[in-house]
Ligand binder design. Structure first.
Ligand code: CP
Length: 467
């Protein structure tokens, strides 16, 4: 069986996620803490032959400690680095070299890194499982496992749950993994960002394109009896992608227009309110939290929140009132506690201690891959922009064609770019972005605008000029 890694939530199928949850349930049931059913006590003799390394280049309380206690409670051993200054990264060692060395000492490696895509790089150079404990503002897939597990235990099922996402949806990596997970399990996603902190465009594009979500606008929400609800859009997942046609009931200019109708008052009850803090560490300069809103008992007085589970990946700062701590709806400490059984299950699965949890290969990616030294990721926080990593990394991209236009998604940080113009370095000619090749030519160059093409010494195709 090939080594499995967990870099993004898409590295696990829905069936595998549910199998991890079942195993976490087993650990919780068999290792109970008297009086605290969400907490695990004691140790099992399952992983005594194995060592887990935690390599954290960014601060953490929950993720690192819960991974380490999970390994110890499985009977395994732990190597820990909580401070990058104490590893040879401080001397300029690359990610690739670090993991190629660490794999000699540990059987599984958990990495947190400030750069988006850094853990993907590690996974390409490791022959032991690599687990992403958060890479910049990209993803935090094990937090998503804890979030989905908490929701499922609280509500019984994830399907058709109304989940309000609140706060910094732009920079919060936990939110980015979570929306994909919610969409895949058929929950409704209700973004309520702080002003200027909405979901990144590439994340919403991906919700629509890759997860078959349908965005319902405010007008459509009002049709569903949800007047006065202060959100702009709700993302709804049809039952199954192939059932999209069932909803296509309107013809507009000869094409089917997708219509999804929510049952009347479908949003009158919010099942979970997922609160996130302002991610200051992802923002330039001194970010102000002055206008950042707060969720507290006052906010939750609205009757639609009467049965909402209040969740937060933690740590909290000022966005979640301490007055909620004794409220029965507050589940954020339970959510943090579930980090142990969930991570025990994940470690046991990746190390094949429990061989039936994961399939032999990861779920298939939807888009084909290309690597070109002439094309670079335009995300300034992508790992491919790091000088140390540029010594050996070739940028790689997934190719997505939509309406004949080329979109590329960085294989590492997963940011997407849609160039306005495409050039060929062999001819030094450029033309508008229209995908007319079977596969991308080797010498392709992408330009954000025409001025960039001209500045690079390219000329327009004559053919295009006539158009
Ligand atoms: N939720 C979470 O990732 O917490 P830490 O940053 O403390 O690990």
């Amino acid at each position: 069986m090939m080594v499995r890694h967990l870099v993004t939530i898409d590295d696990l199928s829905e069936a595998e996620i549910q199998a991890i949850f079942s195993l976490a349930d087993e650990f919780l049931a068999s290792m109970p803490s008297p009086g605290s059913p969400h907490r695990i006590r004691g140790c099992l003799p399952l992983a005594d032959q194995f060592v887990l390394a935690t390599l954290f280049y960014e601060a953490s309380t929950r993720t690192r400690f819960s991974f380490e206690t999970a390994m110890i409670r499985l009977g395994g051993h732990v190597l820990s680095s909580a401070d990058p200054k104490t590893t040879s990264a401080a001397k300029g060692e690359t990610i690739a070299d670090t993991v190629r060395v660490l794999q000699n000492y540990a059987d599984v490696i958990v990495i947190r890194h400030p750069c988006e895509g850094a853990v993907k790089v590690a996974s390409e150079y490791s022959d032991v499982p690599i687990i992403n404990a958060g890479d910049g503002g990209h993803e935090h897939p094990t937090q998503t496992l804890c979030d989905l597990y908490t929701l499922q235990r609280e509500k019984g099922s994830l399907k058709n749950l109304n989940v309000l996402l609140w706060g910094d949806l732009k920079n919060g990596r936990t939110v980015h993994s979570l929306v994909y997970g919610l969409a895949r399990f058929g929950a409704r996603i209700i973004p309520l960002p702080a002003e200027g902190f909405g979901l990144p465009e590439h994340v919403t594009r991906r919700l629509l394109r890759d997860y078959d979500c349908v965005p319902l606008s405010n007008d459509e929400l009002i049709d569903a009896g949800t007047d006065k609800f202060p959100v702009d859009v709700v993302y709804v997942t049809p039952e199954k992608p192939h059932q999209r046609s069932l909803f296509s009931d309107v013809k507009e200019k000869g094409t089917d227009v997708l219509r999804v109708r929510l049952p009347h008052n479908a949003l009158s009850k919010i099942d979970a309110c997922y609160v996130t803090r302002l991610q200051r560490e992802r923002m330039p300069g001194d970010a102000s939290a002055e206008n950042y809103p707060m969720v507290d008992t006052e906010f939750l007085k609205d009757r639609r929140y009467r049965h909402s589970s209040v969740m937060h990946p933690l740590p909290r700062v000022t966005e979640l009132g301490y007055d909620l701590d004794d409220d029965a709806r507050a589940v954020y400490f339970k959510q943090a506690s579930y980090g142990v059984p969930v991570r025990m299950a994940l470690i046991a699965a990746l190390l094949q201690i429990k061989p039936d949890v994961l399939g032999a290969v990861p779920p298939k990616k939807r888009h084909s891959l290309f690597a070109r030294s002439t094309v670079h990721c335009d995300n300034p926080n992508c790992v491919t922009g790091l000088e140390t990593e540029q010594r050996y990394l070739t940028p790689k991209f997934l190719v997505i064609i939509e309406d004949e236009r080329l979109t590329i998604r960085c294989q590492y940080c997963e940011h997407e770019s849609i160039p306005e113009f495409i050039g060929r370095s062999s001819t030094k000619k450029y033309e508008p972005n229209r995908m007319r090749w079977e596969s991308l030519p080797d010498d392709i160059t992408l330009f954000t605008d025409e001025a960039a093409a001209i500045a690079a010494g390219y000329q327009p195709y004559k053919q295009r000029l006539k158009v």
